[in-house]
Ligand binder design. Structure first.
Ligand code: GLU
Length: 340
């Protein structure tokens, strides 16, 4: 037995197997001898050529005009008043919630690269974060089982369309409630208030929006951050990417100077790279809501009922303390304004 083991660990080289070894040795000799040959020193040292880092797929510098994010002119943050909450597993017949129960799972559109809100834990493989906890609370209220969820990965630019074509039941992805988006989708009451800010490297001279003229500023396509940048920093050179993580990579590779979006998202990027930091004051408010297909008033009221419960029983605060405490103690959940 033991002899067999030794044979396996040290197989006797047979004739044909020796040939690659000989070839390798002769190659080494050639390389060594080449190293011995002395070439005359060049007049001046050759320029150092660094291999250029590729930009993330989908990065673009041609950025069409986007609307300035506006939630005031149409009272966008008002949402439908919740009614009495049905018992989990027993939804009113012919309701949107009953259809979801019949299917057996809630289909949630989110991102898996947004640290703190929705990201895949590299060790466990689980999708988690503040937005995921909210999705689980909705699933729990529907099924009495927080894990009855199917996740669909969406980029910022895919959120509205996924709701329009009903490929998801809800979008829970740091999605700001705006008048513009309300033309295509519905929203819950706000569950979080963020402020657009700037993320720069620690050695950067940029510390506010006034320093952005001529600078390369990264934002994800389909986000409200672009329209605000175009209006408050018209001379910035915008670069758009598919995801916020792509913006961080571009900054790390020196391909953009800063990233600008919601403080909550930037804090998640900063947590992944100690060499970057948030700078400057808040540039504008962003009210996050659960996105829903237009016309599903029963489901909007149901989600608002879940948010009511989370505000009342301390669940929201627990979610904040678990994921977002790096943003400071916070001001608690935003208070809803309802219409009937
Ligand atoms: N809150 C902004 C938005 O809804 C940025 C968030 C994101 O792109 O995920 O557009």
């Amino acid at each position: 037995m033991s002899g067999h083991h030794i044979m396996r660990r040290h197989p006797r080289p047979t004739g044909p197997r020796r040939r690659p070894v000989i070839a390798l040795l002769s190659a080494l000799i050639v390389i060594c001898c080449a190293g011995c040959v002395r070439f005359p020193a060049p007049e001046s040292p050759p320029p150092i050529a660094f291999a250029a880092n590729p930009t993330p797929p989908g990065a673009q510098t041609n950025v069409p005009r986007e609307p300035v994010p506006d939630s005031q002119s149409c009272n966008a943050t008002q949402s439908l008043r919740p009614g009495p909450m049905p018992v989990p597993g027993q939804m009113p017949i012919r309701s949107t919630m009953a259809d979801i129960i019949d299917r057996g799972r809630l289909i949630v559109g989110l991102d898996i690269g947004s640290n703190l809100f929705s990201f895949r834990d590299p060790i466990t493989g689980d999708i988690q974060g503040f937005d995921v906890d909210l999705a689980r609370a909705i699933a729990k209220a529907l099924f009495d089982d927080a894990s009855s969820i199917e996740y669909r990965v969406l980029s910022s630019a895919e959120r509205t369309q996924a709701l329009r074509d009903h490929s998801v039941d809800v979008v829970i992805k740091t999605m700001s409630i705006t008048c513009d988006r309300l033309r295509d989708v519905a929203f819950s009451s706000p569950y979080y208030t963020a402020y657009q800010r700037i993320l720069a490297t620690r050695n950067s001279s940029i510390d506010g929006v006034d320093d952005l003229a001529g600078k390369r500023v990264c934002a994800a396509r389909g986000s409200t951050s672009i329209g605000r940048l175009q209006s408050i920093a018209p001379r910035a050179r915008l670069v758009t990417t598919t995801t916020w993580a792509d913006c961080l990579v571009m900054m790390q590779q020196g391909q953009v100077d800063v990233v600008s979006t919601d403080d909550a998202i930037l804090a998640g990027l900063a947590e992944q790279d100690p060499w970057v930091q948030l700078v400057g004051p808040g540039l504008g408010e962003e009210y996050y809501g659960v996105g829903l297909p237009k016309g599903q008033d029963d489901m909007v009221r149901f989600v608002n009922g879940v948010l009511e419960q989370l505000r009342a029983d301390g669940g929201w605060q627990q979610m904040y303390d678990r994921w977002l405490s790096i943003l400071g103690p916070g001001n608690g959940p935003p208070q809803p304004i309802y219409r009937d």
